[in-house]
Design a protein around this ligand. Structure first.
Ligand code: GDP
Ligand code: MG
Length: 290
């Protein structure tokens, strides 16, 4: 008898969704950034252990929509909640106020799936604060994606709630995303690490060519920004910043594909792409009902 199902990982921006997902999956499949709102589309990680397979959905922030990109991000998150067998609601231990899922996500009604609540970053608070948080919500778990504290217990809680089912994906898959998509996410992550404040929200990456047969593997990637001034920032003085972004991204992509990579990296301006449905579609960021 096997169990399998979908777990939607939900919570405010920056609570640690992507970090936890990566730790659980044991592979770098979801972009992690100290800057809020870095996860734009639904990333799926797959954990298969003994007779249980958990398919994890990382969800973009459930913030109030400001533009077409935000609307699309919210639609992704709501779809992940509606599809889920279990909803994992994450709350940040280091912040003072914690709402219910319905409040935080501004849902019209609670999800039909059971909700498991976990306090993240438990390594950052002292024991008094940890017992206070868990005392107020006895069913909640305290976890740290950095130290691994509480993760086994969390996985047990989640898997016990999954339905009896054959596995949904092959046992050794870690993600339903293509290498091409993951490579683009690595470029975006490397770019975000180098950029301050305003620019990150304007950055999108697309891999336009991926020749796996070549040695080294040839990848042409484009970083899209919204304005010329942002392009100059990404490129840096005499190309210094783009070289640094390229070097970091290349090393991570090499680890992912297990081969030497030639990363041909470009920066282009796509004016106001975040407010442009056609551009979002082209960048693969528009949510489609399926
Ligand atoms: P998301 O926006 O919810 O996906 O959050 P991220 O996974 O991108 O994490 C946001 C920030 O919190 C990053 O700087 C992470 O390194 C940090 N973080 C996430 N989980 C933990 C944790 O368990 N412990 C500590 N100390 N930091 C964490
Ligand atoms: Mg994230």
């Amino acid at each position: 008898m096997t169990r399998a199902g979908f777990v939607a990982v939900v919570g405010k921006p920056n609570v640690g969704k992507s970090t936890l997902l990566n730790r659980l999956v044991g592979e770098h499949v979801s972009i992690v950034s100290p800057k809020a709102q870095s996860t734009r589309t639904k990333v799926v990680g797959i954990v298969t252990q003994d007779a249980v397979q958990m398919v994890l959905h990382d969800t973009p922030g459930l913030m109030t929509p400001h533009d077409v990109l935000h609307e699309s991000m919210r639609a992704h998150s709501l779809a992940a909640i509606a599809d889920a067998d279990v909803v994992l609601h994450l709350l940040d231990s280091t912040t003072a106020r914690h709402g219910s899922l319905v409040e935080e996500a501004n849902l019209e009604q609670p999800p039909t799936a059971p909700i498991v609540t976990a306090f993240t970053k438990i390594d950052l608070v002292n024991e008094t604060r940890a017992s206070e948080l868990l005392g107020a919500r006895p069913a909640a778990r305290g976890v740290s994606a950095i130290t691994g504290a509480g993760l086994d217990a969390l996985v047990q809680t989640l898997t016990a709630l999954l339905p009896e089912s054959p596995f949904l994906y092959p046992e050794d898959d870690v993600s339903t995303h293509s290498l091409r998509y993951l490579a683009a996410e690595h470029v975006r992550e490397a770019a975000l690490a180098q950029l301050e404040e305003e620019v990150p929200h304007s950055v999108a990456c697309v891999v336009e060519e991926f020749r796996e047969g070549d040695q080294p593997v040839y990848i042409r990637a484009v970083i899209y920004v919204e304005r010329e001034s942002q392009k100059r920032i990404v490129v840096g003085a005499r190309g210094s910043r783009i070289r640094e972004i390229g070097r970091t991204a290349r090393e991570r992509i090499e680890a992912l594909v297990g081969a030497a990579v030639y990363l041909d990296l470009w920066v282009k301006v796509l004016p106001n792409w975040r407010r442009d449905r056609v551009a979002l579609e082209r960048l693969g960021l528009l949510h489609r009902e399926d």
